[in-house]
Structure formats: C-alpha cells, structure tokens
Design a protein around this ligand. Structure first.
Ligand SMILES: NC(=O)c1ccc[n+]([C@@H]2O[C@H](COP(=O)([O-])OP(=O)(O)OC[C@H]3O[C@@H](n4cnc5c(N)ncnc54)[C@H](O)[C@@H]3O)[C@@H](O)[C@H]2O)c1
Length: 329
C-alpha cells in the first residue's frame, strides 16, 4: 500500500483517480482549492481544501505525512480563457506547479505524475501524433503545460526527480457506477455538451465547420475513457515506484471519431433527437487530433478497456441523466 497525494482530486479526472486508488487499497490525500472541482466528487480518503501554491500548507503536509507519489491534475484548462488571461494560466499551471515541486524537493518526495495535454503539440504535421513530434503549442494553456514538462526534465537532472508526463487527448465518459462524472463550468468538451443537448439543458450543439479534410467534413478527435486514463496513471506510478525511468507518453486510444459520429452515436444511446447546427470553423482547431498510443502500450503495458465510443457515451449518459444539474456544490 502506498500513499498518494492527488492534487486537483475534486475535479473530473482527479476524482476518478481518487476512487481508483482507494479501490486498490492505497492511502489517498486530496488537495484541491475547489475553484473548479466539487467536494462531493471526492469519494473518500483525506481531504485538504487549499491552494497548491501555498508553500506553508505543503510544507506542513509533507512534514506530517509520508507521501510516496504525487499525482498532479490541478490546472486551469480553458483554451480561450488562457488567451484572454495568460498570466492567470502561467501562475496557476506553471508557477504553482514549480512551488509544489520545490516543496516536494525540500521534503524528499521524489515521484511525480503530471497531467499534460495534446495542446503541447499545437497543429500536428501528421497523425497519429508520436511523442517525438514537434511541440509548438498555439495558446498560453498549451505553453503553460509545456513549460512544466521542461521544468520536470530540469528537476530530474538537478535533483533526481522521477516523473511521468502523460499527454491526454480527449478524456471522456464517467465511472460506470454513475456515482461520479464530468461537471465543468463552463463545459467545453464535446460529449458532455452533446449530452446536455440530449437532456434539454441546452437547445442545440454547434458543429464548428463541416468542410474539413476528413471523411464527413467534421473534426476528428481521439477519445479515452476516464477510467482507462486513470489505469494508465496507476501503471505509471507502479513503474516509477519500482525504480523505473522518467517517461513522457501520449494518452489516447487511436479511437478516433468525427464530431458528427459522436452526435449520431449519442442520439442512438440516449434515444433523444439532439439538434446540431453547423457554424463557422474556430481558429486554431486542427482537423484531426489523434494520438499514437504505441509508447504507453509497449512501455507500461497499458490496454484501454473502453475502445468503443458507444460504451464511453453510455457511461457519460448514465451520469448526466442521473445528475442533470451536475453536482450540487
Ligand atoms: N479533461 C480533459 O479532456 C483533459 C485533456 C487534456 C489535459 N487535461 C488536464 O488534466 C487535468 C485534469 O483535468 P480535468 O478535466 O479533471 O479538470 P478539472 O477542472 O475538472 O479539475 C481540476 C481541479 O484542480 C483544482 N485546482 C485548480 N487550480 C488549483 C489550485 N491552484 N490549487 C488547488 N486545486 C486547484 C480545481 O478546483 C479542480 O478540482 C488538468 O490539468 C487538465 O489540464 C484534461
């Protein structure tokens, strides 16, 4: 049994991580300032409400508790907002992560798993995207994450930190129990938006362009079930804790579907109409964003169990239909 600090454990992915770690018998401490997350989403373990940039808080936490591995999910992650408020993104995503890493170094905590993003690649030259592809993010959100990736490599050189950087593509779905799920405000991810249109919470779903160079003209994305994503973190943590080298891997399934396909499957799953309206393209949207997942499959033996978007959407629909207003706090 290990002790994990899950930073951002009240958020969408972090809450699934907390549940999975507890289910495997680990000790879990969640640190979250609840700026975006939900207290009810944390199903157990110890909870500290606070800011990851609070050095005093982290100092007293690491002095009083042995932590084997830190999993860091906390960030701001709205691309448009990052363009309008870049400093808020550099401060929260980059500066406060540096502060967390410093507290870890001061207290001898040497294993770290970082939630990075496909946004570090920017416009891909080819798909599926391999980890060695150029990293040229097109927005401050992507740059705030890429800067942390670089800092991690520097911390390994300087202090021997061992880390796993996981670059997520589109996390989707919910825990099959229906107990926890995705509740962002504002919501910007396709599947929950489509399901909000199915449940009547929004009138329609916008398709940003249907003249892309893709089979049906709408953008193609790679969807990973949130519990598969969480499983990859457990494999990465076991790898680091058993003395493995640092690594940077994509977390996508090569499970690529167009926006129109996701809407059609959602209509079948929900039995609802779901009105879709084609609007102009959004600047900066690549036509296809698909990960190569070869590296994580080969190095960590990761095998996603949800490789069908229907199953992913079914779990998301269970959550959304049972919690039409999301969490109550
Ligand atoms: N959801 C996706 O599809 C996706 C894709 C790529 C990358 N990511 C990355 O994965 C991570 C988790 O994503 P998510 O969708 O679960 O996000 P989320 O917003 O649901 O969760 C983030 C959590 O971090 C907390 N937080 C933010 N700043 C904090 C701070 N300074 N101190 C303490 N807590 C703080 C929030 O309250 C929230 O609970 C993020 O780093 C995001 O950039 C997500």
């Amino acid at each position: 049994m290990q002790t994990y600090l899950v930073v951002g454990g009240a958020g969408y992915i972090g809450s699934h991580m907390v549940k999975a770690l507890l289910g495997r018998g680990h000790e879990v401490i969640t640190l979250d300032d609840l700026s975006k997350g939900h207290r009810e989403a944390i199903v157990g373990g110890d909870v500290i409400e606070g800011d990851l940039g609070d050095r005093e808080l982290l100092g007293s936490l690491f002095s009083s508790r042995r932590v084997d591995c830190v999993m860091h999910f906390a960030a701001f992650s709205l691309v448009g907002e990052s363009v309008e408020q870049p400093l808020a993104y550099y401060l929260n995503n980059t500066g406060k992560t540096a502060s967390l890493l410093l507290a870890m170094k001061e207290h001898g905590v040497g294993r770290f798993i970082f939630s990075s993003t496909a946004a570090v690649y920017g416009e891909p030259e080819s798909v599926p995207i391999m980890e060695g592809a150029a990293t040229e993010p097109t927005n401050p959100y992507g740059r705030s994450k890429l800067t942390v990736e670089k800092a991690l490599a520097d911390c390994e050189t300087a202090h021997g930190l061992r880390y796993a950087t996981l670059r997520y593509f589109n996390a989707a779905g919910a825990d099959p129990s229906g107990a926890i799920g995705e509740d962002h405000s504002p919501e910007t991810h396709l599947i929950p938006i489509v399901l909000q249109a199915a449940s009547g919470k929004r009138e329609s779903i916008a398709i940003f362009g249907d003249d892309w160079d893709t089979p049906d003209g709408t953008c193609v994305r790679d969807y990973v079930h949130v519990n598969d994503l969480v499983d990859a973190h457990i494999l990465a943590a076991e790898h680091l804790l058993s003395g493995g080298e640092s690594l940077t891997c994509n977390l996508g399934c090569e499970n690529c579907y167009s926006v129109r396909e996701i809407i059609d499957i959602s209509r079948e799953v929900t039995g609802r109409e779901i009105k879709a309206v084609v609007t102009p393209r959004r600047p900066g949207d690549p036509a296809r964003l698909v990960a190569s997942s070869e590296k994580i499959r080969n190095q960590l033996g990761w095998r996603p169990s949800f490789d069908d978007p229907r199953a992913i959407i079914e779990t998301a629909w269970k959550w959304h239909s049972e919690h039409p207003e999301g969490y109550s706090s």
